[in-house]
Every structure is written in C-alpha cells, then in structure tokens.
Design a protein around this ligand. Structure first.
Ligand SMILES: [Fe+2]
Ligand SMILES: [Fe+2]
Length: 199
C-alpha cells in the first residue's frame, strides 16, 4: 500500500533530550499559533485527555502522564496549516525544541498506514488506538440527544458497522490499533465513553 505521508525515517529526536517536556501552557501556545480550526483543537485536547487518563489508570509517574498528555495534545498540530506535511512539520518543531524523543516517536507513529512508522511503545500504541476512536465516539455523541449519557458499547459498535456514519473515520485503523495495543475494541470504546473530555 502506498503511504500518503511517508516520513522515511526511523529515528526521532535525541536520547539526550529524554525527560525534556514543555509545559501544557507552552503546548497550548503552540496550538493557538498553529491551529485556527476549533474542532481540530478540541480533537487534540480530547485525545490528550484520554492518554492522560489512561496513563493515570496505569499508575504511571507524573512525568510520564504529562508526556502522554502532550503527545495527544500535539499529534495533529500541523494538520490545519500544513496538511501535506503532516506530521513531519510538528516532529521537526519538537526536535528543534529539544523535546523528549519518546513523545516525538509516538507522534511519528500515530498513523502507520500513512507515515510508515510502526507504533512500538505503549504510548505509541495508545495514541494510535485513541486517535480515530475518540473522534468517532465524539461524532456519535453529537447525534445522540443525550450526548454521552447512557451511551453503550453496542451503540458505538452499531455505528462502526454503518459505513455511511462518520465515513472519514477508518474502521481498519480502529481494529488494527486495537490489535496492536492488545486491547479489545470493546474495552477501548468503554474507556473512551468513560473518560472522553466533553464539549
Ligand atoms: Fe494525524
Ligand atoms: Fe488525530
């Protein structure tokens, strides 16, 4: 299959920068600078929030939780202004800012079919797993009169089978990500229902 946005790289960031992480405030400044599309901004905040909550559920250290949060917050930062250079542009920006290579690698592997970089670490895999699913569940919440209230796994799965609903969301990516993460898609859906940041 042809990669749409090949990165043609295997190394991201420098090991010298392990533990170097910008603050949430700095990340939001970058996003306000780069992202004019409010929906895209909210998508990144939702994915960041899910990753932070997942890291908490795994009782990861504070620094790791922050890294997980930032990875979600920044993963599509260049999509609004430079879609053709997604996610090369944000990777280069984070490298120029000497950011933690684990975060940069996670961003580089959030779409293996597009960027040609496999998710390896747990952070890589969970960013990939929550990316499409978060947007999908959000779209579903918007069409339900009660939003997230009373939302069930089976309702989400029914919409997943309906290819005309949120057609831009790749079902293949959702199941591939679930397999790579080793977490059943039902469990991922439940986690999103329980932890998604609401508008
Ligand atoms: Fe993306
Ligand atoms: Fe995304």
């Amino acid at each position: 299959m042809e990669l749409t946005h090949p990165l043609n790289r295997t190394e991201f960031g420098s090991p010298d920068n392990l533990g170097n992480l910008m603050s949430e405030h700095q990340a939001m400044d970058l996003l306000r600078d780069w992202v004019k599309n409010e929906k895209l901004l909210f998508h990144m905040q939702q994915v960041g929030h899910l990753l932070k909550k997942f890291a908490e559920s795994k009782a990861l250290e504070q620094e790791e939780r922050h890294m997980w949060h930032l990875s979600g917050l920044l993963h599509d930062a260049d999509w609004d202004q430079w879609p053709d250079e997604h996610c090369k542009k944000i990777i280069e920006e984070l490298e120029a800012r000497n950011q933690d290579p684990r975060m940069i690698k996670a961003i580089a592997s959030h779409g293996p079919r597009y960027f040609g970089v496999d998710p390896v670490s747990e952070l890589d895999k969970m960013l990939y797993a929550f990316d499409e699913l978060s947007g999908f569940v959000h779209a579903y919440s918007l069409m339900r009169p009660q939003g997230y209230d009373g939302m069930e796994i089976k309702g989400v799965k029914k919409r997943l089978k309906d290819k005309s609903f949120a057609a831009q969301v790749s079902r293949d990516d959702i199941s591939d990500a679930s397999q790579r993460a080793g977490i059943p898609v039902e469990d991922l859906i439940q986690f999103v229902i329980d932890n998604q940041l609401r508008a």
